[in-house]
Design a protein around this ligand. Structure first.
Ligand SMILES: Nc1ncnc2c1ncn2[C@@H]1O[C@H](COP(=O)(O)OP(=O)(O)OP(=O)(O)O)[C@@H](O)[C@H]1O
Length: 218
């Protein structure tokens, strides 16, 4: 398998229990893999642990075929309150790898293209705090895409969205996956989304994990 991540015999403990014991799996490159498992099984903790290993170049149990700056992680919870003043365009632009507050022509074009891909062009000047749940998720996605990731990891990105917005986000993810040549890991509990959009499912249970082929989706 052409994989972007290979995990081998990983043991992961929290103070009062073992979350995973001899966990081994691979994540296929260029595909959308849903990470599933009951509440509290350790999905978020696993991802954070793997990213910490990558940051420290520790490869004994987790070997990424990409560098840390090629991975974007969109966390489950963000404290964006109603008064958050930054507009959607400026929030997304945080992902551009530039130190300047003035964007050059190339950066402006890239930002405009990503805002268009994520269906945010019309509302790009709206404060993020006033955006709906679906619009916020698309803004997080736009910011992540601005950083040119090869691997995108989203943690429960659809948890608070209605049916229409969930499907819209997943369709968008599959599009950007193709356009940008990305690999996506998507933590979710939603069986309907898994059936419709996942190429693979990594199911975590009993301190272990199993990769299931869900059939390639277009
Ligand atoms: N730093 C920590 N110290 C102690 N316990 C922790 C810590 N971080 C996470 N846990 C516990 O580890 C377990 C796994 O948590 P985690 O958030 O990874 O689960 P999850 O599978 O992502 O759950 P959910 O689907 O509810 O988001 C939980 O019981 C949680 O309370």
């Amino acid at each position: 398998m052409d994989s972007i991540l290979k995990v081998t015999n990983l043991n992961l403990k929290i103070p009062d229990r073992t979350l995973f014991s001899n966990l081994s799996f691979e994540i296929p490159r260029g595909k959308l893999t849903c990470i599933t498992g009951e509440n509290g099984v350790g999905k978020t903790t696993l991802i954070k642990h793997l990213l910490a290993d990558l940051s420290h170049d520790y490869e004994e149990h987790a070997k990424f075929m990409v560098s840390r700056d090629q991975v974007q992680y969109v966390p489950q919870l963000r404290s964006i309150d109603d008064e958050y003043p930054l507009c959607i365009r400026d929030f997304a632009a945080f992902g551009l790898k530039t130190n300047s507050i003035f964007l050059n022509k190339e950066a402006k074009e890239k930002l405009a293209a990503i805002l268009s891909e994520t269906n945010l062009t019309k509302i790009a000047d709206r404060p993020l705090g006033r955006a709906s749940g679906g619009e916020k998720q698309r803004a997080y996605l736009a910011q992540a895409l601005c950083a040119n990731p090869k691997l995108l990891i989203l943690d429960e990105a659809t948890a608070s969205l209605d049916q229409t917005s969930k499907h819209e986000l997943l369709k968008m993810l599959r599009n950007v996956m193709k356009e940008h040549g990305l690999t996506i890991m998507f933590i979710t509990h939603d069986p309907e989304l898994i059936a419709a959009y996942a190429d693979y499912e990594l199911h975590l249970a009993d301190k272990s994990g199993k990769l299931i082929n869900k059939g390639d989706k277009n």
